[in-house]
Design a protein around this ligand. Structure first.
Ligand code: MLT
Length: 209
């Protein structure tokens, strides 16, 4: 089976759990590999690069301004990413039931968009510094989905109410949501990583333990 071509990516074969790593604006497919290894030692890693360029900075979808998204492009890129994940599962022979998205900032936003647009594809998601990607017309069917949201009380990009709204949308759809506030800005802290790792361990993701 040939590797999927829609996204430049890294595939690191490990155990039966797979982390889908989604970088922030200006990152690439190498950005979150170390974080993935730290969060779930022994897991397989699938790390695509976003297909949109803002200047020289890769992203997963276009935006009109900071925090203002091009919703048509977001919809298209969300479907493209979902198709990539399904194709990768076939190519690399991993179990879609054992995938966990781990996204930071723009990567967390497209992960949230996949949760809303294609419920059930991602069973678990770690969303670091995420916001509402779009308002769904009706609650998504997210029973059986678990999400960890790592938010920063001092985040200059994402208002607290926006994070609360994201958690509410996911909960309304039936997802189990852990919302973890850090006394931090947009950047990740050690506490974010430690708490997300604990959450993943409770979800039995990682394979080593
Ligand atoms: C986005 O565009 O997804 C958010 O504004 C976060 C970011 O700066 O990437």
């Amino acid at each position: 089976m040939t590797a999927p071509v829609s996204h430049k990516h890294v595939w690191e074969q490990g155990g039966p759990d797979t982390l889908l790593l989604l970088h922030g604006t200006g990152g690439d497919e190498h950005d979150l590999l170390a974080l993935g290894r730290e969060l779930a030692p022994g897991a397989s890693l699938l790390s695509p690069r976003g297909n949109v360029l803002e200047g020289a900075m890769p992203r997963f979808f276009k935006r009109l301004a900071e925090g203002v998204f091009d919703l048509a492009d977001l919809e298209r890129r969300t479907r493209d990413l979902a198709a990539f994940v399904r194709e990768a599962a076939e190519s690399y022979d991993f179990d879609l039931d054992r995938i966990t998205a781990v996204g930071f900032s723009n990567g967390a936003n497209i992960a949230a968009s996949v949760l809303l647009r294609d419920p059930g594809l991602l069973k678990r998601a770690v969303l670091f510094r995420a916001m509402v990607p779009f308002e769904p017309e009706q609650p998504p069917r997210l029973k059986g989905t678990s999400a960890y949201i790592g938010a920063g009380r001092l985040d200059p990009i994402i208002p607290q109410a926006n994070v609360e709204r994201l958690a509410a949308i996911l909960r309304d759809g039936g997802a189990a949501v852990t919302l973890d506030w850090q006394p931090a800005g947009h950047g990740l802290t050690k506490a974010d990583v430690d708490n997300a790792r604990d959450w993943l361990e409770k979800q039995a993701v990682g394979g080593r333990r």
